[in-house]
Design a binder for this molecule. Structure first.
Ligand code: ARG
Length: 455
């Protein structure tokens, strides 16, 4: 029977034990739990709360338990509820009663808060690395297709020509903000809660700053009630993850569109596509579709934790145990999505002939025609009207702009002259020569600064 059954005469009902257990999922906190316990034991010895010798026995025992877990030799027991009690029970089993001194001046409430903060700190570092790799894949794809033009869309209607690199760098910016959000979340996660005890602090002369330093925290929490019951840092991680997944999902949608027969802008590598069990001709963008779908799940985890927290009185409540599965699921989903997308972007082939054809069809240079008239003195609003009538006429005639004769242009405005034919996709791109625009020189600069950021 676990030591927390204390005053009870019988073991928990089997169903209750299973219902209450978190070890089936919180076992993965073991490296943080052990690191936190070793730091705690050292602090207890430094403060003369336990003898040095015993702290050493405890630390060695914990290190040995870490090895057992890593080698798959550790037997996790559901009746011991969570990872904390599993490790403590094993410690006592291995080193005897001395092991029972580890929990001096500590509660599982500040212990679990510590473990989670250590976990999220490490995960933020992993997330930032994964985002960087993903951004590198975006930049490489942009670089490899620097001259590729495609239609830019509004309302999913071809609107104006853009460079594919410009389009890809739009995602680079989104993930730059995502990385900023994770870095910002790290500031508030990097706070050491141990010493808060169950809720009110502990009745020993402990050194919280020492533990913070041992574990690499930037600071310690200021209020014990808050420290054991706050999960803002998890919510912030999940919120930042939701935004990052939203960005992945938007790109996923473009991959789905671009690889469809209607667009045919890209060809996915076979390693990143799947076939149909019934239609042999299919090559499906399942990876992108799954990412789009998983985004919904990540949003759900964020909402779930917000709802778990909203009615909780101070301080710790067992409801808080529900923070973990959603966090782990969010982390696993975000990291795997980033990794898979990095690979997918690294292997897809851009069909530049098709993106070019899509630009040359239609009336995508209409804005440029209006700008042309403006440069010749026409107010933009009237120029817009002239070109709108010109487009209707051209559609009726079944002609693209280059196929219209000068006299046809001049029916709509006397300002049109021979140089109207120098309006091309290239001139249109070159004209967007503003910071943040799609002019090739600007995109070149943007690529250079993206590469500098990644270096
Ligand atoms: N497994 C618990 C959790 O995840 C650890 C803290 C338990 N504390 C308690 N007073 N029952 O929240």
């Amino acid at each position: 029977m676990s030591n927390i059954r204390g005053r009870f005469g019988k073991a928990a009902d089997k169903l209750v034990a299973e219902y209450a257990a978190s070890v089936p999922f919180d076992w993965r906190l073991y490296p943080y739990d052990i690191a936190g316990s070793i730091a705690h034991a050292r602090m207890l010895a430094k403060q003369g709360i336990i003898p040095d010798k015993e702290a050493k026995i405890i630390a060695d025992g914990l290190a040995a338990i870490r090895d057992e877990i890593e080698q798959g030799k550790f037997e996790f027991r559901v009746e011991l509820e969570d990872i904390h009690l599993n490790i403590e029970a094993r410690l006592i089993e291995k080193v005897g009663d001395v092991g029972g001194k580890l929990h001096t001046a500590r509660s599982r409430n500040d212990q679990v808060a510590l473990d989670l903060r250590l976990f999220v700190k490490e995960i933020i570092a992993d997330t930032l690395t994964a985002i960087k790799e993903f951004q590198r894949a975006l930049v490489n794809l942009a670089e490899a297709n620097k001259a590729v033009v495609m239609p830019g869309y509004t309302h999913l209607q071809p609107a104006q020509p853009v460079l594919l690199a410009h389009h890809l760098l739009a995602y680079f910016e989104m993930f730059r903000r995502d990385a900023d959000r994770f870095r910002d979340c790290l500031k508030r996660t990097d706070v050491m809660p141990l010493g808060s005890g169950a809720l009110s602090g502990v009745a020993y002369d402990i050194d919280r700053e020492f533990i913070a330093r041992e574990l690499g925290f930037g600071g310690i929490s200021a209020n014990s009630l808050d420290a054991v019951s706050d999960r803002d840092f998890i919510i912030e991680y999940e919120a930042a993850a939701s935004l990052a997944m939203m960005h992945i999902s938007r790109l996923a949608e473009e991959v789905v569109l671009w690889s469809s027969a209607g667009f045919d802008f890209i060809e996915l590598d076979e390693a990143y596509a799947t076939g149909s069990s019934i239609m042999p001709q299919k090559k499906n963008p399942d990876v992108a579709e799954l990412a789009r779908g998983k985004t919904g799940r990540v949003y759900g985890q964020l909402m779930a934790l917000l709802v778990v927290m909203k009615g909780l009185p101070l301080a710790y409540n067992r409801d808080l145990q529900e923070d973990k599965e959603g966090l782990f699921d969010t982390v696993d989903t975000l990291l795997s999505s980033l990794e898979v997308f990095t690979g997918m972007l690294g292997t897809l082939r851009v069909k530049a002939e098709n993106t070019r054809r899509a630009v040359e069809q239609g009336y995508i240079l209409a804005t440029d025609l209006a700008d042309y008239l403006v440069r010749k003195g026409e107010p933009f609003r009237t120029a817009h009207g002239v070109v709108a009538r010109l487009v209707s006429y051209a559609i009726e005639q079944g002609k693209w702009f280059p196929e219209l004769g000068l006299e046809e242009y001049q029916k709509f405005s006397p300002l049109f002259s021979q140089d109207v034919y120098s309006i091309t996709v290239e001139s249109s791109l070159a004209a967007r020569n503003v910071v943040g625009g799609t002019a090739p020189g600007r995109v070149e600069q943007a690529l250079a600064s993206a590469k500098k950021l990644l270096a």
